[in-house]
Design a protein around this ligand. Structure first.
Ligand SMILES: [Zn+2]
Length: 246
C-alpha cells in the first residue's frame, strides 16, 4: 500500500463544518481525532471508527465522508461519535500495524499502546447504541462483514442486499478461517472466548454495546465504490436503530 498523507486527512478533519472536532490523543506527532454530531443526552450515541489498520484507506475515507455529509435527520434519533483514523502512523506509512508494529485491533489488554489508551479512555463507562468499524481486506474478492448482537434482530442480510448492487460480495463458505454465510460471519463462542479481553471489537461488544458490525470492503475495487459500500452498510445499521424502526 502506498503511503498516504496524514496531514491531508488532518486538513479534511479541520475543514469539517457543523460538527465538533476533538483531539483524543497523540501518537508521536500525529493527533487522533473524534468528530461528534448531536448532543442530546436523552439520545443514544453510535460509535463509528475507521483506520484501525493503516493500510485500509476506505475506512477513514468513509468516516470522513459521513462527517462531511453530516448525519442530518438521523440526529433526531441518535448522536454520533466518529474516529476517522485510529492508527495515524499506520495510515501515514501504509502499514496494518502501528509504529510499535502492533496490530491495535487485537491489543486491547496492552497498557503501552497509545491508540488502545485512546479507545479505553473514550469508551470508559459508556454504552453505545451500536458500534460500527470500517475495515478492508486486500485478498477478499468481495464485501463481507462480522456482526455481533444481543436482544435484537441482526441486520447483516439486509446490509448484504443493499451493498450488492454497489460492490461484489464474498460468498465463500469460509472467510478468514471462520464459517460464513452469504458474506456474514457471526463469530463462534470459541472464537469470541479466544479474543476476549484482547480484541477491541470483542471488548466493545462485551462491555459497551449490544450491536457491533465490522465491515470489510475488497481493496481491489475503486476507493469510491468501497466508500459507497461502507456508507450503505452504515445507513442500514442506522435505520435499524432509529426510533421509527422500533
Ligand atoms: Zn482491518
Amino acid at each position: 500500500m502506498a503511503e498516504q498523507s496524514y496531514e491531508e486527512l488532518v486538513e479534511r478533519v479541520r475543514a469539517l463544518s457543523g460538527v465538533r472536532v476533538r483531539e483524543l490523543g497523540q501518537v508521536g506527532e500525529y493527533p487522533i481525532f473524534a468528530v461528534e454530531q448531536g448532543n442530546d443526552p436523552q439520545r443514544p450515541t453510535a460509535l463509528i471508527t475507521g483506520g484501525t489498520h493503516g493500510d485500509e484507506p476506505a475506512g477513514p475515507a468513509a468516516v470522513l465522508e459521513f462527517c462531511r455529509q453530516g448525519a442530518g435527520a438521523w440526529l433526531e434519533g441518535l448522536n454520533f461519535l466518529a474516529i476517522p483514523c485510529l492508527n495515524p502512523h499506520g495510515y501515514a506509512h501504509g502499514t496494518r500495524h502501528n509504529g510499535q508494529d502492533v496490530d491495535i485491533n487485537w491489543a486491547y489488554k496492552r497498557d503501552d499502546v497509545p491508540e488502545v489508551q485512546v479507545v479505553r479512555q473514550l469508551v470508559a463507562d459508556r454504552r453505545f447504541a451500536f458500534v460500527m468499524d470500517f475495515h478492508e481486506d486486500w485478498e477478499s474478492p468481495g464485501f463481507y462483514l462480522y456482526e455481533l448482537y444481543r436482544n435484537r434482530v441482526p441486520v447483516g442480510a439486509q446490509i448484504m442486499e443493499r451493498v450488492s448492487p454497489i460492490c461484489p460480495l464474498n460468498t465463500q463458505p469460509v472467510i478468514e478461517g471462520q464459517r460464513a454465510r452469504g458474506g456474514i460471519i457471526i463469530p463462534t463462542a470459541e472464537k469470541h472466548e479466544e479474543l476476549r479481553g484482547e480484541g477491541i471489537p470483542v471488548v466493545l461488544f462485551d462491555h459497551h454495546t449490544d450491536h457491533l458490525v465490522v465491515t470489510e470492503t475488497p481493496t481491489a475495487l475503486s476507493l469510491e465504490k468501497r466508500v459507497q459500500a461502507q456508507l450503505t452498510a452504515l445507513e442500514v445499521v442506522v435505520e435499524a436503530h432509529l426510533p421509527s424502526a422500533q
